[in-house]
Design a binder for this molecule. Structure first.
Ligand SMILES: Cc1cc2nc3c(=O)[nH]c(=O)nc-3n(C[C@H](O)[C@H](O)[C@H](O)COP(=O)(O)O)c2cc1C
Length: 243
């Protein structure tokens, strides 16, 4: 049953009426789970052990994936926290070989320009340990490409617009959920950002106010896949505790 929770419901009702807004409605929090201290520690440890096995993969096989897996992972991404619950994202899922070829062609064109003059030397230096270049065969080989768009606003049918708040932060968090969900299902991903990515609007027929955020390559790694020998910063390097 829907219930209203507020210290002074009358004031809130009046505010809503004056501002011509719907009254907020609340339901009991029923799905949250909590555990014993020992279990909580163990679960946090286990999650870290699991998520640290995720690596960005660039050697993909064409082994198929049921579409339902992708659908479930996108549903998981769609549960992410986001500004004012406006859910300012769109996921374009590409399975079609011709569309993949068009994306590869356009991405490699941008990447060739990037690696051969457009990118500042400092950027190329930062990328050097990864051994990446302008060749992107995985865009045709992997069974799924998911292009995530961030929507700065919604366009109504009458031409008016409604602003989305924290669109990029929200889309970033949802993308993180998506990558974690795909990893949990045993799949590998590559977070790809050929720069600029506006060609994706044209190929995928998305309106111009939607910003291509990330091109996620999804699939299984090849048997002999390799990844760069890189490490993560320590807890001390990335955090401090103020107690
Ligand atoms: C926003 C973002 C953009 C990225 N763009 C690319 C890219 O265009 N090409 C690529 O090969 N890797 C790309 N990566 C992957 C990173 O290089 C990779 O996450 C990083 O080297 C750490 O490696 P790991 O994911 O295996 O831990 C990107 C990652 C992020 C988060």
């Amino acid at each position: 049953m829907l219930r209203l929770y507020h210290r002074d419901k009358n004031v809130q009702r009046l505010q809503c009426k004056v501002q011509n807004m719907a009254e907020p409605q609340h339901i009991p929090l029923e799905d949250q789970r909590s555990y014993s201290i020992e279990e909580t520690v163990e679960r946090s440890r286990n999650f870290y052990q699991e998520i640290k096995r995720r690596r960005t993969v660039r050697d993909f096989s064409d082994r198929p994936i049921p579409r339902e897996v992708i659908e479930n992972c996108i549903l998981a991404a769609g549960t992410a926290p986001n500004g004012a619950n406006l859910q300012p994202w769109h996921f374009s899922v590409v399975e079609n070989p011709d569309v993949k070829t068009a994306i590869r062609k356009a991405a490699e064109q941008e990447e060739e320009a990037f690696y051969n003059g457009k990118a500042p030397q400092a950027w190329l230096d930062a990328l050097a340990p990864l051994g990446t270049d302008s060749s992107k065969p995985f865009l045709e080989i992997a069974p799924f490409l998911i292009v995530i768009f961030s929507k700065s606003h919604e366009q109504r049918d009458d031409g008016s617009t409604v602003k989305n708040y924290y669109a990029n932060e929200s889309t970033g968090i949802a993308t993180g959920f998506l990558i974690a969900a795909l990893h949990d299902a045993g799949l590998a991903t590559l977070t790809h950002t050929p720069s600029p990515m506006k060609f994706l609007n044209k190929i995928l027929h998305r309106p111009s106010h939607e910003r291509p955020f990330v091109l996620l390559v999804v699939g299984y790694p090849t048997e002999d896949a390799v990844v760069p020998a890189i490490s993560k910063k320590s807890l001390e390097e990335i955090s401090d505790f103020i107690d």
